[in-house]
Each structure stands twice: as C-alpha cells, then as structure tokens.
Ligand binder design. Structure first.
Ligand code: DP6
Length: 359
C-alpha cells in the first residue's frame, strides 16, 4: 500500500462479558478477558492526511462533524484524546518511544453514523477507525493478512488499545471477539484481540433503547480505576473464567437460551460493582428499569420471542435478539414513554477502508 491520505470506518461493539477493572486503566491493561459482538451500523468514519514534513513541529489538526452537520475543530478534550492516540501510533511507527525520525503530523476528520447526542459510547469505534486509518496512511495494509504483507488484526487491535480504550481493541475485528485472547499472541503488557466466530456464524441483532441522551457523568476510565474498591470485585474475578467458558460455548453453539442469562448477569454485575465502588457510580436511570421490565415481558413464555438485555457504562439498554425478531422487539421498546429513540443494529464484519474521504 502507498502512504498518504486514508479513510477507514470502524463499528462500535457491545460487550457480552464486560471489560471493567484494569491493572493500568490509562494503558487499557485489563484484569480479565472480555467478549463482545461487533456491530454493523453504529460506526465512526475517519480520514487522516499526513502533513508535509515542513509542518513537523505543528500540532495535529482534529476536525469533527458537529451538530449542524459541518466539520468543525474538535473541542479541546476530544482533540486531546486523539493527540494522545496519535502520539502512541507515532511511537509504534518509529519503532519505539521517541525513536527514529519519522514522526508525521496529521490532519484528522471524523464523524459518527449515530447521533452524537445519543449517549452511545463512540470511543471504541472512533479509536478503532483512527488506528486503521493511520496505519493505512503510513503505508501499511491494516486489514490484510500478516502472511501477505498485511498488518494483521492482532497487531491492529494492539494499536487501537493504545488509545486507552480497551473496547477499541475489539472493534477492529468483526463478529464475536475476545480480548485479550491467547489466540492473538501478545502478552500482559500488550493484550490483543482475536475472533471467536465471524458475523455470518450467528445473525444476532442489537436493538438499542436510548433512554438518556446526555454524555455519561463518570468515564469508563474512572470506572476501571474504582472497580477493585467494590467488595464484589474479587468474587467477580473468581467467577469470570466459568462465565467466559459459558459465553464462548453459547456462541459456538448459537444458543441464545444459554447466552441470554449470562448476558444479563454480566450487565447487572458491572452496575452492581459500579454502584458499590468507593465512591459509588450510578449510571442507571428510571428508563433503564422500564426497558429491563419490558425485555422480560417480550420474552415471556408463549411470546415466541427471545430477547436479552445488556448495558455498558451508561443508562441505555442493548437488547440482543435473533436478527429476524429485531423489528418486532424495536417496535415494542419504542412504545415505552421512557424510550427516546431506538437504533436497530446487528452483528457486522468490522472495519473497512474507503476511497471517499471526509477532507
Ligand atoms: C462498560 O475503557 O473501553 O463498555 O473508552 O469509554 O469505550 P471507553 O471504555 P473502555 O471500557 C469499556 C467499558 C464497558 C464494557 C466493555 O465494553 O467491555
């Protein structure tokens, strides 16, 4: 691949087994493995343009699609996270911290396919797209096989993780993904993700019920840092190996009746740990409970529907169901007064490169 302007898109993902609690939250070094399903429609799309060497001393420029639909200079906090990730990617490209001469500056433009005000986490998709686009802009083939000169997804997941967002490490692969995974190589200081099964293996939907549009009040970073202060955290770590086995087997066998209860147990436990951290973190809103109750009603015996709920570090509820039932489940959730809007998404194939650029 030649180097130069590159555009990549990458999807969000929904965790079946949560990443919650880190040995080193800033470097996204988790205390336990997590498993997720990569989505299809909720995506970030990012263009990076290497700046000429004459501008080596300048800061990277970061543009973001704003509420009026225009690309605008990103707010300082957002730009700062992008700069940090770009620095980590430059270190990687230069072969070590501060080493080498090749430390290009970039112009970056990014947008999300889902509304910014939807309260959905965009860091996983955003940093997965940024890592993919930067690798391509530096002349590497980010989505190609290592055997054929490509970077390989294991290394790409490492690059996405260096943003500090662990979930971004999972968004560079499609289908059902585990991170860290022994199958991906890596080590404790460089955890990498691997696919458990491709998207086509099992067509599940994620119907997202939005009950909160404001950004979350406590970052995942603080959540990871505080998790070990919960008296429930040690027990969770002890129980996780069994739960991970159960989820791997349920995916392998396409058994939603087996996956569903573990999915809900995991989501409730993440929030139990958050609520019992010192100091405590509360993400749930009244609408969260209203959706959880409706999900139980949806799958009541005799309904013929299977739907199971999970939540990330926020109030919105992700309802996992067979793809062919998504329309009916979405219509049921949309009727609740607490639900502001519903996004119907489904399992997808992961990141892609594009010829059409944002800038
Ligand atoms: C609750 O540190 O990856 O979503 O950078 O905010 O996306 P962000 O968070 P990250 O932690 C993810 C926390 C989680 C669970 C999960 O996705 O595994």
């Amino acid at each position: 691949m030649s180097s130069g302007k590159a555009t990549a898109s990458a999807p969000a993902n929904i965790a079946f087994v949560k990443y919650w609690g880190a040995r080193d939250p800033a470097r996204a070094l988790p205390l336990a493995p997590s498993i997720s399903m990569t989505l299809e429609r909720c995506r970030s799309r990012t263009t990076v343009v290497p700046l000429p060497a004459s501008r080596a001393g300048d800061a990277d420029e970061v543009l973001r699609r704003g509420p009026r639909g225009e690309l605008e200079p990103a707010p300082e906090r957002f730009a700062a996270r992008v700069w940090r990730h770009l620095d980590a990617l430059r270190d990687w490209a230069a072969g070590g911290e501060g080493a080498g001469a090749a430390r290009p500056r970039f112009r970056v433009a990014t947008e999300n396919s889902f509304p910014a005000a939807a309260g959905l986490a965009s860091s996983a998709s955003g940093f997965a797209a940024l890592a993919t686009a930067v690798a391509a802009a530096l002349g590497r083939d980010p989505l190609g096989d290592p055997g054929r000169g490509g970077l390989g997804r294991a290394e790409l997941s490492s690059l996405a993780r260096r943003s500090g967002s662990g979930s971004a490490a999972r968004s560079v692969l499609g289908g059902y993904v585990e991170w860290p995974s022994e199958a991906a190589g890596g080590d404790d200081d460089d955890p990498r993700a691997a696919e458990i099964a491709p998207a086509a293996h099992w067509l599940l939907a994620d119907v997202i019920a939005l009950v909160e549009e404001a950004p979350k009040t406590v970052s995942s970073l603080d959540g990871h840092r505080l998790a070990p202060t919960s008296p429930h955290f040690a027990r969770r770590l002890a129980e996780l190996p069994g739960r991970l086995d159960e989820v791997r087997a349920a995916i392998r066998e396409r058994d939603l009746g087996r996956l569903g209860p573990v999915l809900e147990e995991e989501a409730v436990e993440l929030h139990l740990i958050a609520m019992t951290s010192r100091p405590p973190i509360f993400y749930w809103r009244p609408g969260t409970l209203a959706v959880l109750e409706e999900v139980r009603a949806v799958r009541a015996p005799g309904s013929g529907l299977a739907a199971w709920a999970t939540m990330d570090a926020g109030a919105n509820v992700h309802v996992v169901c067979p793809a062919e039932e998504a329309g009916e489940v979405a219509a049921r959730l949309a009727r609740l007064p607490e639900v502001r809007s519903v996004i119907e998404d489904r399992v997808g194939d992961g990141p892609a490169l594009h010829d059409e650029h944002l800038i």
